[in-house]
Design a protein around this ligand. Structure first.
Ligand code: MN
Length: 325
């Protein structure tokens, strides 16, 4: 996915959640609607980066979309565009997306299947919902690469996690470890990514790594996390510390959520358009390399149309920012 937002909204005052002894504080990050661009402008709900929080672990970008009737929204049609310094995680609930990238990967993203693309120093890709898709529903997530690995080679992983039965639901662990399952897909920082479904009125308690901060993105249903009610589209943030995480589906219908986690990412980063760097110079160079069609990003074959041009850089300097500012 490509972001039409060239600069995330400025951060508010840094907020570190206050924790009481018995009740961890949950910060609720509400989504904002962002058009993806294109003729009919499919809209996504974005919760990261957020005014008050830019990262959860190394998760730096959370777009949630659908269920969309593609006859109305036009579906997804994102022309070839570049990435640098990050990984993209595509995860669908419904529909199908055709992915092509400059590594030469031609893949179909399907529900319950992880497609993880590592940009490293540079990659480009296109993403198009297939003609067979009538309803499109899923998430696109980005992971920032740590400085020592951000220039790594392009890579791509596909993995179909086996569902794990929980008492009151089911989990699909696509990255990291949860409920006794570990994804075989390697990560550059400690990370967790899983889809959970909860039966009506179920309460599920999961053992988690106390060094991790967590995010709970509600897809549908009503979820209570540590005494805080989360509604569809909300991303609930929980600071490191707890060794368990308790989720309750408070409604009469099934619920679904995405659980993200990771150790706090302490590096300062610059995120602009589809690039992540450490400085204004990194971004300026990446933009110039894309505009000049250098080998850095390679070429996508098979997409019927032109590549996306980079937007103009802002007139004001791009400043490195940390987790909460
Ligand atoms: Mn993309």
């Amino acid at each position: 996915m490509s972001t039409a937002e060239t600069e995330p909204r400025p951060a508010a005052q840094p907020q570190e959640p206050l924790e009481s002894q018995d009740r961890p504080y949950v910060e609720v990050l509400s989504p904002r609607d962002v058009p993806l661009g294109g003729p009919r402008a499919m809209t996504v709900r974005r919760t990261l980066p957020h005014r008050s929080r830019r990262l959860i672990g190394a998760w730096c970008f959370v777009d949630h979309y659908g269920p969309d009737d593609v006859a109305l929204t036009g579906g997804m049609d994102v022309a070839p565009h570049p990435h640098t310094g990050l990984q993209t995680v595509s995860w669908l609930f419904t529909g199908e997306i055709e992915h092509r990238d400059s590594l030469g990967v031609h893949a179909f993203v399907r529900p319950g299947e992880l497609n993880l693309m590592t940009s490293g120093h540079g990659i480009c890709h296109s993403e198009v919902s297939t003609p067979a898709t009538t309803v499109l529903h899923g998430v696109q997530l980005w992971v920032v690469l740590p400085d020592e690995h951000r220039a790594t080679a392009r890579d791509f992983h596909h993995h179909v996690p086996e569902p794990v039965a929980l008492d009151g639901g089911e989990a699909r662990v696509f990255l990291g470890t949860l409920a006794g399952r570990t994804s075989p897909v390697p990560t550059f920082t400690p990370l967790l990514g899983a889809e959970l479904t909860l039966t009506p009125h179920a309460t599920v308690t999961l053992t988690v790594d106390p060094a991790f901060e967590h995010g709970v993105l509600v897809d549908h249903g009503e979820i209570r996390l540590a005494d805080t009610d989360l509604h569809p589209g909300d991303l609930g943030y929980l600071a490191p510390g707890p060794t368990t995480l308790t989720l309750t589906n408070t409604a009469d219908a099934p619920a679904r959520l995405i659980l993200l986690g990771g150790t706090p990412f302490e590096e300062q980063i610059v995120m602009w358009w589809n690039f992540i760097g450490r400085s204004q110079e990194d971004i300026t160079r990446a933009r110039a390399d894309w505009q000049a069609a250098t080998d850095r990003f390679g070429e996508v074959h098979g997409y019927p149309g032109d590549r996306l041009p980079a937007p103009e850089l802002p007139g004001t300097p791009l400043k490195p920012r940390g987790r909460t500012r």
